[in-house]
Design a protein around this ligand. Sequence first.
Ligand code: NAP
Length: 323
Amino acid sequence: MRVGIIGTGWIAEKAAITLQGMEKCEAYAVGSRTSEKAESFAEKWGIPKSYGSYGELIRDPEVDLVYVATPHSHHYDVTREALLSGKPCLVEKAFMANYRQAKEIVDLARERGVFLAEAIWTRYQPVVGMVRNLIAEGRIGKPQMITATLGYSMGEKPRIMRADLCGGALLDLGVYALNFVRMFTTGDVSMIDGHCVKSYTGMDLTNAITIITADGVLSNVQSSARCVGDNIGVIAGTEGNLIVDNINNPQKITVNTRDRVHVEDIQVPRQITGYEYQFYACREAIAEGLTEPREMPLDETLYIMRLMDGLRKKWGVRYPMDD
Ligand SMILES: NC(=O)c1ccc[n+]([C@@H]2O[C@H](COP(=O)([O-])OP(=O)(O)OC[C@H]3O[C@@H](n4cnc5c(N)ncnc54)[C@H](OP(=O)(O)O)[C@@H]3O)[C@@H](O)[C@H]2O)c1
């Protein structure tokens, strides 16, 4: 699978490093707003093709998958252009600015029968199946409560601070916490509420969210772009608990009994960076003729976008695309 990377920022580099270590997937092209950046990125990572515009990369017939690695605010235009050209797309989280944009893009992909996926890497990692199996085996009894935190001290990064770049902790970090809850609960969200502390630019910098799901699990999750979180996720059941060491790239699951006695630590399989699973999932799904990945169905992407819209509305965190 020849991947065309759109954007030359932080995550684009991580993708290039990851693809270098993968089999049957390669970083084939990079597209940037300037040819200088595209050329230097391509040279640095040994990528055969570089383009000084996103459109040129999209139109390259050799590109099998367009990987959209621009800020959330710029996912919509580039993904739309790629889908209209019939190109399969893997789009970084947060998928779009809001539910309206996400629905339009999902509808377009479905109308055209073109593959589309959200690059929420944690959904594709083997740890998801490992945790689900531990729960299904009854290792912690019946889950009752989930807690999870994700916090990075990110300073005043423009894409966190600015409304036109869809700033705030929720779309950047909280999305992982919401996915953590959705991955390990069943049924609809029956209640969701939250609070946030905002930046002087009106973006949520630190937030806390409470969710009750149809299975009776209560989840409390926090995310912050202002402080160093423990980044731990805990699934607490009637007979014990599971502790996931890092909800943003889990390496270890700890199993404890009813009396909080340590039972075992389970390591995840050795990984390149952890991003490889989302690329392999796309490759396999496309090879099977699917138009979305099994690991992260588009309806689930839409569901989470809608939850985030609701929270932002309550908090008064608005983007220009909301109008
Ligand atoms: N999955 C993960 O673990 C993870 C981690 C970090 C970020 N992300 C996601 O990846 C996306 C990009 O994040 P990042 O940290 O890589 O951002 P970044 O370092 O700021 O890079 C974004 C790239 O997008 C392009 N771009 C296009 N329009 C832009 C604009 N108006 N302002 C700034 N850049 C623009 C730029 O590339 P050119 O100038 O070359 O066109 C830039 O290098 C976000 O959606 C973010 O949530 C995911």
